[in-house]
Design a protein around this ligand. Sequence first.
Ligand SMILES: Cc1cc2nc3c(=O)[nH]c(=O)nc-3n(C[C@H](O)[C@H](O)[C@H](O)COP(=O)(O)OP(=O)(O)OC[C@H]3O[C@@H](n4cnc5c(N)ncnc54)[C@H](O)[C@@H]3O)c2cc1C
Length: 471
Amino acid sequence: MEKKHKRSICWLRRDLRVSDNAALYHATQDSEEVFLIFVFDKNILDKLPDSKDKRITFIWQCLEDINETISSLGSRMFTFYGTPTELIPQLVDDLGIEAIYFNRDYEPYAINRDKQVTESLRGKNIAVHSFKDMVIFEGAEVLKDDGSPYTVYTPYSKKWKSRFSSQNVECYVPNLKTLAKENKYPNCNPVILNDIGFKLEDIIFPGGEFQAKQKLHDFYDSIDSYHENRDFPFLNGTSGLSVHFRFGTISIREAIRFIYDKPMNRGREIWLNEIIWREFYQSILYHFPYVERESFKKEYKTLDWPGEMDHFHLWCRGETGYPIVDAAMRCLNSTGWMHNRLRMIAASFLVKDLLIDWRLGERYFAEKLLDYDLASNNGGWQWCASTGVDAQPYFRIFNPYLQSKKFDPEGEFIKKWCPELSGYNSKWIHTPHLATSLEMNFSQCVVGKDYPLPVVEHAKQKDLVLKLFRG
Ligand SMILES: Cc1cc2nc3c(=O)[nH]c(=O)nc-3n(C[C@H](O)[C@H](O)[C@H](O)COP(=O)(O)OP(=O)(O)OC[C@H]3O[C@@H](n4cnc5c(N)ncnc54)[C@H](O)[C@@H]3O)c2cc1C
């Protein structure tokens, strides 16, 4: 059968895999030859303050992984550094390309970038094909009966589930034999990280499709008890797949096929719900792009947060005197990772105890998180700050001490990241400042000297934040 296009480009962005990839599948079906490309986007990289940004290492490893897979076919990934809106039209001219394929991304920057690239290519009579790939349902596919978007999770998830069928998780198997051979673009030198101002770093979740599949496989034994273990940071109770979902090293369809691999049970159902949270936040960002900068709830747009910058810096460094918060922040700073329960505790503490604008915390997480995703991060922060799409009103305030006792009862996680507190037993580990001086000396950590005193008093701050919200 004659193919539609002689030469095409498949542009990978946050879908860094070759298996079960919708755009790549269609590109290789429709074209005689497909150039697989990735652009290190200058617009994004220029905004990263840290040359040791772990996400760049992750991306790099993913590209290496793809290269390894396709090199046995004589092909390779073609990598570039620049601004996609300029670079891609140029590439299309240089290579005599007839069509471009990519998977859709719903962040405001990406939507605008893709719109510009599309307009410029259509002006040259180049076909542009975009596909749904990173979600099961896009923003416009799960709507209320009156056509408006959901703003509460539970009804959204019900509609999501009622729409779902096995057809939504069909596997897209690309024909990799059609990928352009290495020698088809000999003067395209692969991007070297040092040349673009970044360094390779050690990362706790290595990049690549193989690693993602391995992680999913490792989760096989844990998914059935996910509902029991997922809230305890010292347990390995969650999948650890968020970075792979973020960069598309695993297909979301594959993850859902994995859930339905065995009969549904509580663990599988709750894990599916988390994946639906991810789609819910994607949908919120798509329908209400202003949330990127402002509160979702209009009444809180102008809240004047009275918190102090000194406290913000203590929070960032993990020196607030609240062990669970400090352990969480030190873990983030060191690894680029934080457990979901801790994200909720740390975010709630910044906003409702330190009375600091959620946007500062959101930005800090955006800089540090390996799995940083605008929609989920913004959604999570606004949920914790009570400014977002939460059905609960502002007076849901986490008590950091109770959270700590409940979810890290023996202080195992705390001791890992705040080793100076290792001598405290489970009675005092959550509130070492309340221990007697005898106990402090016995524990070899005097609060106020070896570990900070609490920067604020939770009970007082609770009253202040309630007043702030009431106006
Ligand atoms: C303040 C705050 C900030 C957050 N920032 C991010 C972020 O930048 N990127 C990110 O991927 N997640 C974010 N989350 C959601 C959640 O914390 C992580 O997805 C989760 O910790 C990842 O661990 P896991 O892969 O082991 O998750 P699992 O528990 O195994 O869950 C499976 C998948 O479901 C999705 N998921 C789980 N919980 C949530 C949630 N609450 N909201 C949206 N999706 C979810 C993730 O894709 C995750 O990989 C944030 C949550 C909060 C409270």
